[in-house]
Write a protein that binds this ligand. Structure first.
Ligand code: FES
Ligand SMILES: [Fe+2]
Length: 467
């Protein structure tokens, strides 16, 4: 079937940033739901931030990258791991970004310490590479200088040769640690605001989303041939759905996604599911929308899924997912609204965390520079599912490394249709990164509304670089 698309009109005479897709807004759509969305969802918070081009050089220039390493990565709160990655004393997680490396350790009293991952003798990394592990003490693999889990110097082989080394002055330098929502964060900047201040509205918005009551069901990592911002920006807007993911238009309101900005560090994307794309000339009816959303699994098409008089596809889907996901993960999902059950709700926390609190698409993304190359990024996708009401927290999944040319659909446990969507996203990025340099025009031109989060993100980078 060929998809016939409308050309949406170009409105005139409105203030810049005021124009919207003429289809029903997310707010109008959720007002038709059976179980109303909470106040943190039932509002809009957009601001027009200008229409100037964004310079391409910021995506590949080494000097710009080096300034980001110092002034962004050296001064912001970044999540390292989940609490459950390091549950017991001695468990540690090594977190690396660019040339920076930190070791985050659970101490015997249960607190979490974070240290620069570099020996005070001759600089060797105490742990060679990123990842999780466990040890009773932190011992350098080169000459064996050893620190306790709270960073006290405990052992120097041939101490007679180091009378100038006073253990009291040779504790491992600390990095600030913060905890929120089951995530552990670090910030290398001792004078930065507290994590709580930094997160702004986030704790309030997530108050009943219980991120600490989720476990890591799947964790994938892929190296991408592009700048970390190139990769991240591909996940900050829905404008690309019509061209990159045309299969999603039967069931996602793409052109009418809502975009919100909160302070310097947080922005949001709020997409209604179970509706037609406003681009479709021949929209599906409500029953067809339900059937289409379940195209991968016909076995679950039962009477439950008939759209009855007065119902919408969204109401039926939310009811169905509340039951199916509730049974699968052994949790009571009755407190969640229809929107929280089915919609794509995506928060960005500067610089590189993307969080989805919704129940059906519960991802977390992270985008980091790899080494000191502005053209390489490590992109991680985690699925965070609810911890069972009646049982222990499942162990966090190990990281699955996906080759650059390997499909996400091939990862065990990954929904193939969704894997295909991520393949479509990442396939654009090499060409975009190369196109930045090939361009005669010197910057990217953004939509005032649909791409405002990209502008917001770059504005915050500029603010950090200017400090
Ligand atoms: S470099 Fe670490 S003990 Fe020598
Ligand atoms: Fe996408």
């Amino acid at each position: 079937m060929t998809t016939r698309l409308t050309t949406l009109p170009r409105p005139d005479g409105q203030p810049l940033g005021a124009a919207r897709c003429p289809a029903p807004s997310v707010q109008e759509i959720i007002r038709g739901d059976a179980r109303p969305a909470p106040a943190v969802l039932a509002h809009e918070h957009y601001a027009y931030l200008g229409s100037d081009d964004i310079d391409y050089a910021r995506y590949y220039d080494q000097a710009f990258f080096d300034r980001e390493m110092d002034k962004v990565w050296g001064r912001t709160w970044q999540w390292v791991c989940r609490e459950e990655h390091i549950p017991a004393p001695g468990d540690y997680y090594v977190y690396e970004v660019g040339a920076l490396s930190f070791i985050v350790v659970r101490a015997p009293d249960g607190t979490v310490n974070a240290f620069y991952n570099s020996c005070l003798h001759r600089g060797t990394k105490l742990r060679a590479s990123e990842g999780v592990g466990s040890a009773p003490e932190l011992r350098c693999p080169y000459h064996g200088w050893t620190w306790s889990l709270d960073g006290q110097l405990r052992k120097v082989p041939c101490a007679w040769d180091f009378p100038h080394v006073d253990p009291a002055r040779y504790s491992l330098p600390r990095v600030r640690v913060g905890q929120w929502g089951g995530f552990i964060f670090i910030n290398p900047d001792d004078s930065a605001p507290s994590l709580e201040d930094y997160l702004g509205v986030l704790p309030e918005h997530f108050a009943h989303w219980d991120m600490d009551q989720r476990f890591v069901e799947l964790h994938m990592a892929k190296e991408l041939p592009c700048n970390w911002k190139t990769a991240q920006e591909a996940f900050l807007e829905s404008y690309h759905v019509i061209e990159t993911h045309p299969q999603l238009m039967y069931g996602v309101g793409d052109a009418n996604v809502q975009y919100d900005l909160y302070g310097d560090h947080v922005s949001r994307f709020y997409a209604a599911l179970g509706v037609n794309s406003p681009h479709l000339l021949e929209p599906l009816d409500e029953q067809e929308l339900v059937n289409r959303m379940l195209v991968g699994d016909r076995s679950v098409l039962t009477d439950d899924l008939t759209v009855k008089e007065g119902e919408t596809a969204r109401i039926v889907m939310a009811r169905f997912l509340r039951k199916v996901l509730g049974e699968k993960y052994r949790v009571d999902l009755s407190r969640f609204s229809d929107s929280e059950m089915i919609d794509t709700i995506e928060y960005h926390v500067f610089p590189n965390m993307v969080l989805f609190p919704g129940l059906s698409l519960p991802m977390v993304y992270r985008f980091r520079p790899l080494g000191l190359d502005p053209n390489r990024t490590l992109f991680e996708i985690l699925f965070l599912r609810p911890v069972p009401d009646d049982g222990p927290r499942p162990e966090p999944a190990d990281v699955v490394h996906v080759g650059e040319h390997e499909s996400y659909a091939s990862v065990p446990g990954m929904d193939p249709a969704m894997g295909h969507v991520y393949d479509q996203d990442t396939d654009n990025l090499r060409a975009q990164q190369q196109g930045f340099r090939a361009s005669r025009k010197r910057g990217e031109t953004l939509g005032n509304y649909q791409e405002v989060r990209i502008r917001h993100f770059n504005r915050t980078i500029d603010a950090y670089l200017a400090r």
